[in-house]
Write a protein that binds this ligand. Structure first.
Ligand code: FAD
Ligand code: SF4
Ligand code: SF4
Length: 498
Protein backbone atom coordinates (compact mmCIF):
# COMPACT_ATOMS: atom_id res chain seq x y z
CA UNK A 1 0.00 0.00 0.00
CA UNK A 2 1.39 3.43 -0.92
CA UNK A 3 2.16 6.01 1.80
CA UNK A 4 -0.97 8.06 2.57
CA UNK A 5 0.14 11.68 2.66
CA UNK A 6 -1.13 13.84 5.49
CA UNK A 7 -3.38 16.84 5.05
CA UNK A 8 -0.49 19.16 5.92
CA UNK A 9 1.87 17.54 3.35
CA UNK A 10 -0.74 17.91 0.62
CA UNK A 11 -1.54 21.48 1.64
CA UNK A 12 2.16 22.47 1.56
CA UNK A 13 2.65 20.86 -1.84
CA UNK A 14 -0.30 22.79 -3.27
CA UNK A 15 0.85 26.12 -1.81
CA UNK A 16 4.33 25.61 -3.28
CA UNK A 17 2.99 24.85 -6.77
CA UNK A 18 0.42 27.62 -6.55
CA UNK A 19 3.16 30.17 -5.77
CA UNK A 20 5.18 28.90 -8.72
CA UNK A 21 2.38 29.11 -11.28
CA UNK A 22 0.34 32.12 -10.16
CA UNK A 23 0.47 35.13 -12.49
CA UNK A 24 2.28 33.01 -15.12
CA UNK A 25 1.04 32.58 -18.66
CA UNK A 26 0.97 28.78 -18.55
CA UNK A 27 1.60 26.88 -21.78
CA UNK A 28 0.05 23.40 -22.29
CA UNK A 29 3.37 21.72 -21.44
CA UNK A 30 3.50 23.66 -18.13
CA UNK A 31 -0.01 22.54 -17.33
CA UNK A 32 0.80 18.93 -18.20
CA UNK A 33 3.76 19.08 -15.81
CA UNK A 34 1.57 19.95 -12.80
CA UNK A 35 0.97 16.80 -10.73
CA UNK A 36 -2.61 15.82 -9.91
CA UNK A 37 -3.60 17.06 -6.47
CA UNK A 38 -4.35 14.13 -4.13
CA UNK A 39 -7.54 14.31 -2.11
CA UNK A 40 -6.80 14.68 1.62
CA UNK A 41 -8.55 11.97 3.61
CA UNK A 42 -9.06 10.82 7.18
CA UNK A 43 -6.50 8.36 8.55
CA UNK A 44 -7.75 4.81 7.68
CA UNK A 45 -7.44 3.49 11.25
CA UNK A 46 -9.41 6.41 12.71
CA UNK A 47 -12.06 6.56 9.99
CA UNK A 48 -12.74 2.81 10.23
CA UNK A 49 -14.36 3.57 13.58
CA UNK A 50 -16.39 6.64 12.67
CA UNK A 51 -19.09 7.72 10.20
CA UNK A 52 -17.49 11.02 9.23
CA UNK A 53 -16.65 11.74 5.63
CA UNK A 54 -13.51 9.96 4.47
CA UNK A 55 -12.48 12.47 1.79
CA UNK A 56 -11.85 15.85 3.40
CA UNK A 57 -12.07 18.01 0.27
CA UNK A 58 -9.50 20.21 -1.47
CA UNK A 59 -8.01 23.36 0.03
CA UNK A 60 -8.37 26.59 -1.98
CA UNK A 61 -4.83 26.22 -3.37
CA UNK A 62 -5.35 22.58 -4.27
CA UNK A 63 -8.54 23.46 -6.17
CA UNK A 64 -6.81 26.28 -8.08
CA UNK A 65 -3.75 24.16 -8.92
CA UNK A 66 -5.87 21.20 -10.05
CA UNK A 67 -8.06 23.46 -12.20
CA UNK A 68 -4.88 24.92 -13.75
CA UNK A 69 -4.06 21.45 -15.13
CA UNK A 70 -6.94 21.86 -17.61
CA UNK A 71 -5.64 22.49 -21.15
CA UNK A 72 -8.83 24.34 -22.16
CA UNK A 73 -9.18 22.00 -25.17
CA UNK A 74 -11.24 23.62 -27.94
CA UNK A 75 -13.24 20.43 -28.57
CA UNK A 76 -13.64 19.78 -24.78
CA UNK A 77 -14.11 16.00 -25.01
CA UNK A 78 -14.73 15.90 -21.24
CA UNK A 79 -18.15 17.51 -21.79
CA UNK A 80 -19.23 14.50 -23.87
CA UNK A 81 -18.39 12.27 -20.90
CA UNK A 82 -20.67 14.22 -18.53
CA UNK A 83 -24.28 13.01 -18.67
CA UNK A 84 -25.57 16.56 -18.05
CA UNK A 85 -22.98 18.30 -20.29
CA UNK A 86 -21.52 20.69 -17.72
CA UNK A 87 -19.27 23.30 -19.36
CA UNK A 88 -16.21 21.78 -17.72
CA UNK A 89 -13.41 23.92 -19.23
CA UNK A 90 -15.31 27.08 -18.32
CA UNK A 91 -15.89 26.15 -14.69
CA UNK A 92 -12.27 25.00 -14.36
CA UNK A 93 -11.02 28.23 -15.92
CA UNK A 94 -12.95 30.27 -13.34
CA UNK A 95 -11.77 28.03 -10.48
CA UNK A 96 -8.14 28.33 -11.61
CA UNK A 97 -8.49 32.13 -11.36
CA UNK A 98 -10.00 31.84 -7.87
CA UNK A 99 -13.38 33.01 -9.19
CA UNK A 100 -15.18 30.28 -7.25
CA UNK A 101 -18.70 31.75 -7.32
CA UNK A 102 -18.53 32.20 -11.09
CA UNK A 103 -17.26 28.64 -11.34
CA UNK A 104 -20.17 27.14 -9.40
CA UNK A 105 -22.62 29.32 -11.34
CA UNK A 106 -21.37 27.70 -14.57
CA UNK A 107 -21.89 24.22 -13.11
CA UNK A 108 -25.37 25.08 -11.86
CA UNK A 109 -26.52 25.96 -15.38
CA UNK A 110 -26.47 22.19 -16.01
CA UNK A 111 -26.47 20.39 -12.66
CA UNK A 112 -28.81 20.71 -9.69
CA UNK A 113 -26.61 18.75 -7.28
CA UNK A 114 -22.92 19.61 -7.79
CA UNK A 115 -21.79 18.97 -4.19
CA UNK A 116 -23.35 15.50 -4.45
CA UNK A 117 -22.15 14.60 -7.95
CA UNK A 118 -18.67 15.95 -7.19
CA UNK A 119 -18.55 13.30 -4.45
CA UNK A 120 -20.28 10.24 -5.89
CA UNK A 121 -20.08 10.47 -9.69
CA UNK A 122 -18.11 7.58 -11.21
CA UNK A 123 -15.91 10.25 -12.78
CA UNK A 124 -13.22 7.92 -14.09
CA UNK A 125 -15.76 6.35 -16.44
CA UNK A 126 -17.44 9.66 -17.33
CA UNK A 127 -15.83 13.11 -17.66
CA UNK A 128 -12.33 11.98 -16.62
CA UNK A 129 -12.33 9.10 -19.06
CA UNK A 130 -12.53 11.54 -21.97
CA UNK A 131 -10.04 14.10 -20.62
CA UNK A 132 -7.09 14.89 -22.89
CA UNK A 133 -4.68 15.11 -19.94
CA UNK A 134 -5.44 11.53 -18.85
CA UNK A 135 -5.28 10.31 -22.45
CA UNK A 136 -1.87 11.96 -22.96
CA UNK A 137 -0.59 10.45 -19.70
CA UNK A 138 -2.16 7.08 -20.69
CA UNK A 139 -3.90 6.92 -17.30
CA UNK A 140 -7.46 8.16 -16.90
CA UNK A 141 -6.98 8.32 -13.13
CA UNK A 142 -4.45 11.09 -13.78
CA UNK A 143 -6.93 13.20 -15.80
CA UNK A 144 -7.92 16.58 -14.40
CA UNK A 145 -9.78 15.69 -11.17
CA UNK A 146 -12.91 17.45 -12.41
CA UNK A 147 -15.28 16.20 -9.70
CA UNK A 148 -12.95 17.22 -6.87
CA UNK A 149 -12.88 20.81 -8.11
CA UNK A 150 -16.66 20.67 -8.65
CA UNK A 151 -17.09 19.52 -5.05
CA UNK A 152 -14.79 22.29 -3.75
CA UNK A 153 -16.65 25.17 -5.43
CA UNK A 154 -20.08 23.76 -4.51
CA UNK A 155 -19.06 23.23 -0.86
CA UNK A 156 -17.57 26.71 -0.63
CA UNK A 157 -20.80 28.26 -1.86
CA UNK A 158 -22.91 26.18 0.54
CA UNK A 159 -20.69 26.96 3.52
CA UNK A 160 -20.17 30.66 2.91
CA UNK A 161 -23.30 32.09 1.32
CA UNK A 162 -27.02 32.12 1.93
CA UNK A 163 -28.93 29.50 -0.05
CA UNK A 164 -30.56 31.36 -2.91
CA UNK A 165 -34.12 30.32 -3.71
CA UNK A 166 -34.31 30.09 -7.50
CA UNK A 167 -36.71 32.37 -9.32
CA UNK A 168 -40.18 30.86 -9.88
CA UNK A 169 -42.26 31.82 -12.93
CA UNK A 170 -45.87 32.96 -12.40
CA UNK A 171 -48.30 30.15 -11.57
CA UNK A 172 -49.53 28.09 -14.52
CA UNK A 173 -52.31 26.48 -12.47
CA UNK A 174 -51.05 22.98 -13.39
CA UNK A 175 -50.34 20.37 -10.70
CA UNK A 176 -47.72 17.63 -11.06
CA UNK A 177 -47.23 14.61 -8.78
CA UNK A 178 -43.71 13.20 -8.40
CA UNK A 179 -43.38 9.64 -7.10
CA UNK A 180 -40.10 9.14 -5.25
CA UNK A 181 -37.66 11.69 -3.87
CA UNK A 182 -34.32 10.40 -5.20
CA UNK A 183 -32.16 12.48 -7.55
CA UNK A 184 -34.57 11.90 -10.46
CA UNK A 185 -37.65 13.05 -8.52
CA UNK A 186 -35.91 16.01 -6.88
CA UNK A 187 -34.62 17.26 -10.23
CA UNK A 188 -38.03 17.00 -11.89
CA UNK A 189 -39.60 18.79 -8.93
CA UNK A 190 -37.08 21.66 -9.00
CA UNK A 191 -37.32 22.23 -12.76
CA UNK A 192 -41.13 22.05 -12.87
CA UNK A 193 -41.54 24.35 -9.90
CA UNK A 194 -39.24 26.92 -11.55
CA UNK A 195 -41.59 26.79 -14.56
CA UNK A 196 -44.47 27.86 -12.29
CA UNK A 197 -46.25 24.50 -11.84
CA UNK A 198 -47.43 23.22 -8.45
CA UNK A 199 -45.38 20.18 -7.48
CA UNK A 200 -46.05 17.56 -4.81
CA UNK A 201 -43.62 14.73 -4.03
CA UNK A 202 -44.89 11.38 -2.70
CA UNK A 203 -42.25 9.32 -0.90
CA UNK A 204 -42.55 5.87 0.68
CA UNK A 205 -39.89 6.47 3.36
CA UNK A 206 -40.13 8.94 6.24
CA UNK A 207 -37.22 11.00 4.86
CA UNK A 208 -36.71 12.37 1.34
CA UNK A 209 -33.55 11.85 -0.74
CA UNK A 210 -33.82 8.26 -2.05
CA UNK A 211 -30.59 6.26 -2.18
CA UNK A 212 -28.62 9.43 -1.36
CA UNK A 213 -30.15 9.19 2.14
CA UNK A 214 -30.87 5.51 2.73
CA UNK A 215 -28.16 3.80 0.64
CA UNK A 216 -24.95 5.81 0.29
CA UNK A 217 -23.36 6.09 3.74
CA UNK A 218 -22.61 9.29 5.63
CA UNK A 219 -18.85 8.60 5.33
CA UNK A 220 -19.16 9.07 1.55
CA UNK A 221 -21.98 11.58 1.29
CA UNK A 222 -22.87 13.67 4.37
CA UNK A 223 -26.64 13.74 4.74
CA UNK A 224 -26.60 17.45 5.65
CA UNK A 225 -25.71 18.20 2.01
CA UNK A 226 -28.73 16.31 0.67
CA UNK A 227 -30.96 17.81 3.34
CA UNK A 228 -29.91 21.33 2.32
CA UNK A 229 -30.96 20.65 -1.29
CA UNK A 230 -34.32 19.45 -0.01
CA UNK A 231 -34.71 22.59 2.11
CA UNK A 232 -34.18 24.65 -1.06
CA UNK A 233 -36.99 22.74 -2.79
CA UNK A 234 -39.28 23.34 0.20
CA UNK A 235 -38.45 27.05 0.12
CA UNK A 236 -39.48 27.03 -3.54
CA UNK A 237 -42.91 25.72 -2.52
CA UNK A 238 -42.54 22.03 -3.43
CA UNK A 239 -44.75 19.98 -1.08
CA UNK A 240 -43.51 16.68 0.39
CA UNK A 241 -45.80 13.79 1.47
CA UNK A 242 -43.77 11.24 3.41
CA UNK A 243 -44.68 7.63 4.35
CA UNK A 244 -46.81 7.63 1.21
CA UNK A 245 -46.56 4.44 -0.84
CA UNK A 246 -47.91 5.00 -4.33
CA UNK A 247 -49.63 1.79 -5.39
CA UNK A 248 -51.01 1.30 -1.84
CA UNK A 249 -51.85 4.66 -0.21
CA UNK A 250 -52.99 5.92 -3.63
CA UNK A 251 -52.57 4.58 -7.17
CA UNK A 252 -51.26 6.56 -10.14
CA UNK A 253 -54.83 6.59 -11.47
CA UNK A 254 -56.13 8.00 -8.13
CA UNK A 255 -53.58 10.82 -8.29
CA UNK A 256 -54.76 11.80 -11.77
CA UNK A 257 -58.49 11.03 -11.63
CA UNK A 258 -59.34 11.81 -7.98
CA UNK A 259 -56.63 14.18 -6.76
CA UNK A 260 -56.52 16.43 -9.80
CA UNK A 261 -52.90 16.07 -10.86
CA UNK A 262 -52.41 16.98 -14.51
CA UNK A 263 -49.27 14.86 -14.84
CA UNK A 264 -47.33 12.27 -12.86
CA UNK A 265 -43.59 11.56 -12.89
CA UNK A 266 -42.46 8.15 -11.63
CA UNK A 267 -38.95 8.18 -10.14
CA UNK A 268 -39.31 5.19 -7.84
CA UNK A 269 -35.78 3.85 -8.37
CA UNK A 270 -34.51 0.29 -8.19
CA UNK A 271 -34.82 -0.71 -4.56
CA UNK A 272 -35.52 -4.44 -4.82
CA UNK A 273 -32.43 -6.41 -3.78
CA UNK A 274 -31.26 -9.43 -5.77
CA UNK A 275 -30.20 -12.65 -4.06
CA UNK A 276 -28.04 -15.57 -5.19
CA UNK A 277 -30.71 -18.22 -4.54
CA UNK A 278 -28.22 -20.56 -2.91
CA UNK A 279 -28.92 -22.85 0.07
CA UNK A 280 -28.74 -21.05 3.42
CA UNK A 281 -29.87 -17.57 2.30
CA UNK A 282 -32.75 -17.77 4.82
CA UNK A 283 -30.47 -18.25 7.82
CA UNK A 284 -30.35 -15.70 10.63
CA UNK A 285 -27.39 -13.42 9.88
CA UNK A 286 -28.04 -12.99 6.14
CA UNK A 287 -29.05 -9.44 5.17
CA UNK A 288 -29.46 -7.79 1.79
CA UNK A 289 -27.04 -4.86 1.47
CA UNK A 290 -30.07 -2.60 1.04
CA UNK A 291 -31.57 -3.61 4.37
CA UNK A 292 -28.21 -3.41 6.14
CA UNK A 293 -27.45 0.04 4.75
CA UNK A 294 -30.99 1.35 5.30
CA UNK A 295 -30.84 0.33 8.97
CA UNK A 296 -27.44 1.97 9.32
CA UNK A 297 -28.00 5.17 7.29
CA UNK A 298 -31.68 6.04 7.36
CA UNK A 299 -32.40 4.49 10.76
CA UNK A 300 -28.98 5.51 12.17
CA UNK A 301 -28.18 2.11 13.73
CA UNK A 302 -24.58 3.29 14.21
CA UNK A 303 -25.70 5.92 16.73
CA UNK A 304 -26.24 3.34 19.48
CA UNK A 305 -26.55 5.91 22.27
CA UNK A 306 -29.43 7.83 20.73
CA UNK A 307 -31.41 5.37 18.58
CA UNK A 308 -32.56 1.83 19.21
CA UNK A 309 -32.58 0.54 15.61
CA UNK A 310 -31.72 -3.17 15.84
CA UNK A 311 -28.60 -4.23 13.92
CA UNK A 312 -26.76 -7.56 13.99
CA UNK A 313 -23.56 -7.52 16.05
CA UNK A 314 -21.14 -9.18 13.68
CA UNK A 315 -17.61 -10.44 14.16
CA UNK A 316 -16.82 -12.02 10.79
CA UNK A 317 -18.68 -10.63 7.80
CA UNK A 318 -18.71 -11.71 4.14
CA UNK A 319 -20.07 -9.27 1.57
CA UNK A 320 -20.95 -10.84 -1.78
CA UNK A 321 -20.37 -8.67 -4.89
CA UNK A 322 -17.96 -6.11 -6.31
CA UNK A 323 -19.94 -2.91 -6.93
CA UNK A 324 -20.36 0.34 -5.00
CA UNK A 325 -23.12 -1.21 -2.90
CA UNK A 326 -20.75 -4.03 -1.84
CA UNK A 327 -18.02 -1.53 -0.91
CA UNK A 328 -20.51 0.54 1.12
CA UNK A 329 -21.85 -2.50 2.97
CA UNK A 330 -18.34 -3.81 3.74
CA UNK A 331 -17.07 -0.48 4.99
CA UNK A 332 -20.23 0.05 7.04
CA UNK A 333 -19.84 -3.39 8.67
CA UNK A 334 -16.32 -2.39 9.70
CA UNK A 335 -17.60 0.85 11.21
CA UNK A 336 -20.33 -1.02 13.08
CA UNK A 337 -17.62 -2.97 14.89
CA UNK A 338 -16.97 -6.15 12.86
CA UNK A 339 -13.55 -7.67 13.57
CA UNK A 340 -13.04 -8.97 10.04
CA UNK A 341 -14.78 -7.98 6.82
CA UNK A 342 -14.37 -10.01 3.63
CA UNK A 343 -15.51 -9.21 0.11
CA UNK A 344 -16.12 -12.25 -2.09
CA UNK A 345 -16.11 -11.51 -5.83
CA UNK A 346 -16.09 -14.01 -8.69
CA UNK A 347 -13.91 -12.00 -11.07
CA UNK A 348 -10.67 -10.07 -10.36
CA UNK A 349 -10.04 -6.55 -9.10
CA UNK A 350 -9.78 -5.30 -12.72
CA UNK A 351 -13.40 -6.26 -13.44
CA UNK A 352 -14.89 -4.83 -10.24
CA UNK A 353 -17.66 -2.34 -11.09
CA UNK A 354 -17.11 -0.28 -7.92
CA UNK A 355 -15.35 3.07 -8.25
CA UNK A 356 -11.56 2.77 -8.06
CA UNK A 357 -11.45 5.26 -5.17
CA UNK A 358 -13.92 3.20 -3.11
CA UNK A 359 -11.92 -0.01 -3.64
CA UNK A 360 -8.73 1.79 -2.63
CA UNK A 361 -10.37 3.23 0.48
CA UNK A 362 -11.76 -0.20 1.43
CA UNK A 363 -8.30 -1.76 1.05
CA UNK A 364 -6.72 0.98 3.16
CA UNK A 365 -9.29 0.31 5.88
CA UNK A 366 -8.32 -3.36 6.02
CA UNK A 367 -11.22 -5.01 4.15
CA UNK A 368 -10.06 -8.42 2.82
CA UNK A 369 -10.76 -9.28 -0.80
CA UNK A 370 -11.27 -12.83 -2.08
CA UNK A 371 -11.20 -12.61 -5.87
CA UNK A 372 -12.13 -15.39 -8.31
CA UNK A 373 -14.34 -16.94 -5.63
CA UNK A 374 -18.08 -17.46 -5.54
CA UNK A 375 -20.38 -18.79 -2.80
CA UNK A 376 -22.04 -22.18 -3.23
CA UNK A 377 -23.92 -22.33 0.05
CA UNK A 378 -24.23 -20.67 3.45
CA UNK A 379 -23.88 -23.05 6.38
CA UNK A 380 -25.87 -22.69 9.61
CA UNK A 381 -25.57 -23.95 13.17
CA UNK A 382 -28.23 -25.87 15.12
CA UNK A 383 -30.00 -22.59 16.08
CA UNK A 384 -30.43 -21.53 12.44
CA UNK A 385 -27.68 -18.90 12.51
CA UNK A 386 -24.94 -18.42 9.94
CA UNK A 387 -21.69 -20.16 10.89
CA UNK A 388 -19.75 -20.38 7.61
CA UNK A 389 -19.79 -19.88 3.87
CA UNK A 390 -18.70 -22.42 1.28
CA UNK A 391 -17.19 -21.06 -1.95
CA UNK A 392 -15.72 -22.34 -5.18
CA UNK A 393 -12.58 -20.99 -6.85
CA UNK A 394 -12.95 -19.57 -10.36
CA UNK A 395 -10.71 -18.72 -13.30
CA UNK A 396 -11.37 -16.23 -16.10
CA UNK A 397 -12.41 -17.51 -19.53
CA UNK A 398 -13.38 -15.76 -22.76
CA UNK A 399 -15.02 -12.27 -22.69
CA UNK A 400 -18.84 -12.36 -22.43
CA UNK A 401 -21.42 -10.02 -24.03
CA UNK A 402 -20.40 -7.22 -21.64
CA UNK A 403 -16.79 -7.52 -22.80
CA UNK A 404 -15.67 -8.77 -19.38
CA UNK A 405 -13.97 -12.18 -19.17
CA UNK A 406 -16.45 -14.74 -17.83
CA UNK A 407 -15.62 -16.54 -14.61
CA UNK A 408 -15.47 -20.35 -14.89
CA UNK A 409 -15.73 -22.57 -11.81
CA UNK A 410 -12.76 -24.82 -11.02
CA UNK A 411 -14.08 -28.29 -10.17
CA UNK A 412 -13.21 -29.61 -6.71
CA UNK A 413 -11.91 -26.23 -5.48
CA UNK A 414 -14.49 -25.83 -2.69
CA UNK A 415 -13.33 -24.06 0.47
CA UNK A 416 -15.12 -22.99 3.65
CA UNK A 417 -14.66 -19.78 5.64
CA UNK A 418 -16.17 -19.26 9.08
CA UNK A 419 -18.55 -16.27 9.14
CA UNK A 420 -21.43 -15.06 11.29
CA UNK A 421 -22.89 -12.51 8.85
CA UNK A 422 -23.43 -12.65 5.09
CA UNK A 423 -24.44 -9.57 3.10
CA UNK A 424 -25.41 -10.23 -0.53
CA UNK A 425 -24.76 -7.01 -2.53
CA UNK A 426 -25.51 -8.26 -6.01
CA UNK A 427 -27.42 -5.30 -7.38
CA UNK A 428 -31.03 -4.15 -7.32
CA UNK A 429 -34.06 -4.48 -9.54
CA UNK A 430 -37.18 -2.33 -9.77
CA UNK A 431 -39.98 -2.80 -7.27
CA UNK A 432 -43.02 -4.25 -9.12
CA UNK A 433 -45.70 -2.45 -7.03
CA UNK A 434 -46.39 0.47 -9.37
CA UNK A 435 -46.43 -1.78 -12.43
CA UNK A 436 -48.84 -4.18 -10.69
CA UNK A 437 -51.24 -1.39 -9.74
CA UNK A 438 -51.10 0.66 -12.96
CA UNK A 439 -52.95 -0.85 -15.88
CA UNK A 440 -51.45 -0.16 -19.32
CA UNK A 441 -48.02 0.84 -17.94
CA UNK A 442 -45.55 -0.92 -20.23
CA UNK A 443 -42.32 -2.29 -18.73
CA UNK A 444 -39.49 -4.39 -20.14
CA UNK A 445 -38.58 -7.94 -19.06
CA UNK A 446 -36.65 -6.64 -16.05
CA UNK A 447 -39.63 -4.58 -14.88
CA UNK A 448 -38.13 -1.22 -15.89
CA UNK A 449 -40.67 1.28 -17.21
CA UNK A 450 -40.49 1.77 -20.97
CA UNK A 451 -40.23 5.44 -22.04
CA UNK A 452 -39.59 7.34 -25.27
CA UNK A 453 -36.56 9.62 -25.62
CA UNK A 454 -38.53 12.42 -23.90
CA UNK A 455 -39.44 10.19 -20.92
CA UNK A 456 -43.13 9.71 -21.84
CA UNK A 457 -44.47 6.32 -20.73
CA UNK A 458 -47.23 4.29 -22.45
CA UNK A 459 -49.84 6.28 -20.47
CA UNK A 460 -50.74 9.84 -21.45
CA UNK A 461 -49.67 12.29 -18.74
CA UNK A 462 -47.38 9.77 -17.02
CA UNK A 463 -43.58 10.12 -17.31
CA UNK A 464 -40.69 8.20 -15.78
CA UNK A 465 -36.93 8.46 -15.31
CA UNK A 466 -33.94 7.42 -13.24
CA UNK A 467 -33.27 3.88 -12.03
CA UNK A 468 -36.89 2.77 -12.62
CA UNK A 469 -36.16 3.26 -16.34
CA UNK A 470 -32.40 2.60 -16.54
CA UNK A 471 -32.10 -0.19 -13.97
CA UNK A 472 -29.63 0.44 -11.14
CA UNK A 473 -27.50 3.29 -12.57
CA UNK A 474 -26.02 6.50 -11.13
CA UNK A 475 -27.04 9.72 -9.41
CA UNK A 476 -26.00 11.92 -12.32
CA UNK A 477 -27.83 9.77 -14.88
CA UNK A 478 -30.99 9.89 -12.75
CA UNK A 479 -30.62 13.66 -12.53
CA UNK A 480 -30.12 13.94 -16.29
CA UNK A 481 -33.25 11.86 -16.91
CA UNK A 482 -35.20 14.08 -14.52
CA UNK A 483 -34.09 17.16 -16.43
CA UNK A 484 -35.36 15.76 -19.75
CA UNK A 485 -38.64 14.60 -18.19
CA UNK A 486 -39.31 18.00 -16.60
CA UNK A 487 -38.78 19.73 -19.95
CA UNK A 488 -41.23 17.36 -21.67
CA UNK A 489 -43.84 17.64 -18.92
CA UNK A 490 -43.71 21.43 -19.00
CA UNK A 491 -43.98 21.52 -22.80
CA UNK A 492 -46.88 19.05 -22.81
CA UNK A 493 -48.74 21.02 -20.12
CA UNK A 494 -48.20 24.42 -21.67
CA UNK A 495 -49.06 23.24 -25.20
CA UNK A 496 -52.32 21.63 -24.04
CA UNK A 497 -51.14 18.17 -25.03
CA UNK A 498 -52.59 16.56 -21.90
P1 FAD B 1 -33.73 6.43 -5.89
O1 FAD B 1 -32.58 7.21 -5.42
O2 FAD B 1 -33.75 4.97 -5.66
O3 FAD B 1 -35.05 7.06 -5.25
C1 FAD B 1 -36.30 6.47 -5.43
C2 FAD B 1 -37.20 6.87 -4.28
O4 FAD B 1 -38.53 6.43 -4.59
C3 FAD B 1 -36.83 6.21 -2.96
O5 FAD B 1 -36.73 7.19 -1.97
C4 FAD B 1 -37.98 5.25 -2.69
O6 FAD B 1 -38.27 5.11 -1.31
C5 FAD B 1 -39.14 5.92 -3.41
N1 FAD B 1 -40.20 5.00 -3.83
C6 FAD B 1 -40.05 3.78 -4.40
N2 FAD B 1 -41.26 3.25 -4.66
C7 FAD B 1 -42.18 4.15 -4.23
C8 FAD B 1 -43.60 4.16 -4.21
N3 FAD B 1 -44.30 3.15 -4.71
N4 FAD B 1 -44.23 5.24 -3.68
C9 FAD B 1 -43.52 6.29 -3.18
N5 FAD B 1 -42.16 6.32 -3.19
C10 FAD B 1 -41.52 5.27 -3.70
N6 FAD B 1 -24.60 6.18 -7.81
C11 FAD B 1 -23.56 7.00 -8.05
O7 FAD B 1 -23.62 7.80 -8.97
N7 FAD B 1 -22.43 6.95 -7.28
C12 FAD B 1 -22.33 6.13 -6.21
O8 FAD B 1 -21.30 6.12 -5.55
C13 FAD B 1 -23.43 5.28 -5.90
N8 FAD B 1 -23.40 4.47 -4.82
C14 FAD B 1 -24.50 3.74 -4.50
C15 FAD B 1 -24.51 3.01 -3.32
C16 FAD B 1 -25.63 2.30 -2.94
C17 FAD B 1 -25.63 1.56 -1.64
C18 FAD B 1 -26.76 2.24 -3.81
C19 FAD B 1 -27.97 1.43 -3.45
C20 FAD B 1 -26.76 2.96 -4.99
C21 FAD B 1 -25.65 3.72 -5.35
N9 FAD B 1 -25.63 4.50 -6.50
C22 FAD B 1 -24.56 5.32 -6.76
C23 FAD B 1 -26.77 4.50 -7.43
C24 FAD B 1 -27.62 5.77 -7.27
O9 FAD B 1 -27.80 6.06 -5.92
C25 FAD B 1 -28.93 5.58 -8.00
O10 FAD B 1 -28.65 5.32 -9.35
C26 FAD B 1 -29.82 6.83 -7.90
O11 FAD B 1 -30.07 7.18 -6.57
C27 FAD B 1 -31.14 6.61 -8.64
O12 FAD B 1 -31.96 7.71 -8.44
P2 FAD B 1 -33.56 7.61 -8.56
O13 FAD B 1 -34.06 8.97 -8.27
O14 FAD B 1 -33.90 6.99 -9.85
O15 FAD B 1 -34.00 6.58 -7.45
FE1 SF4 C 1 -17.98 14.81 -14.14
FE2 SF4 C 1 -20.14 14.01 -12.81
FE3 SF4 C 1 -19.35 16.53 -12.63
FE4 SF4 C 1 -20.40 15.65 -14.91
S1 SF4 C 1 -21.44 15.84 -12.93
S2 SF4 C 1 -18.58 16.92 -14.67
S3 SF4 C 1 -19.63 13.51 -14.93
S4 SF4 C 1 -18.23 14.74 -11.91
FE1 SF4 D 1 -9.72 20.40 -19.63
FE2 SF4 D 1 -9.54 17.70 -19.80
FE3 SF4 D 1 -11.70 18.97 -20.62
FE4 SF4 D 1 -9.45 19.26 -21.99
S1 SF4 D 1 -10.62 17.37 -21.76
S2 SF4 D 1 -10.92 20.87 -21.46
S3 SF4 D 1 -7.98 19.19 -20.32
S4 SF4 D 1 -10.93 18.89 -18.52
Amino acid sequence: MSHIRTFSELEQEAIKIYNEIKDKDLKPKDRMAIPQMDMPSQDPIIRGKNQQEVALGYTKEQAMVEAARCLQCKSAPCINGCPVSINIPKFLEEAAKGEFQKSVDVIKESSLLPAICGRVCPQESQCMEECTVGKSLKDKMKSVAIGRVERFVADLERETSEVKTPEIKPSTGFKVAVVGSGPAGLTVAADLRKDGHEVEIFEAFHKPGGVMIYGIPEFRLPKAIVEKEIETLKSMGVKFHMNFLVGRTRTIEDLMEKDGFNAVFIGSGAGLPKFMNIPGENLVGVFSANEYLTRSNLMKAYDKERVDTPIYHSKKVAVLGGGNVAMDAARMALRLGAEEVNVIYRRTKNEMPARAEEIEHAEEEGIKFHFLSNPVQILGDETGRVKAIECLKYELGEPDASGRRSPIAIKGSEFVMEMDTIIPALGNASNPLIKQTTEDLITNKWGNITVDENKRTSIKGVYAGGDIVLGAATVILAMGEGRIAAKTISEDLLNNKL
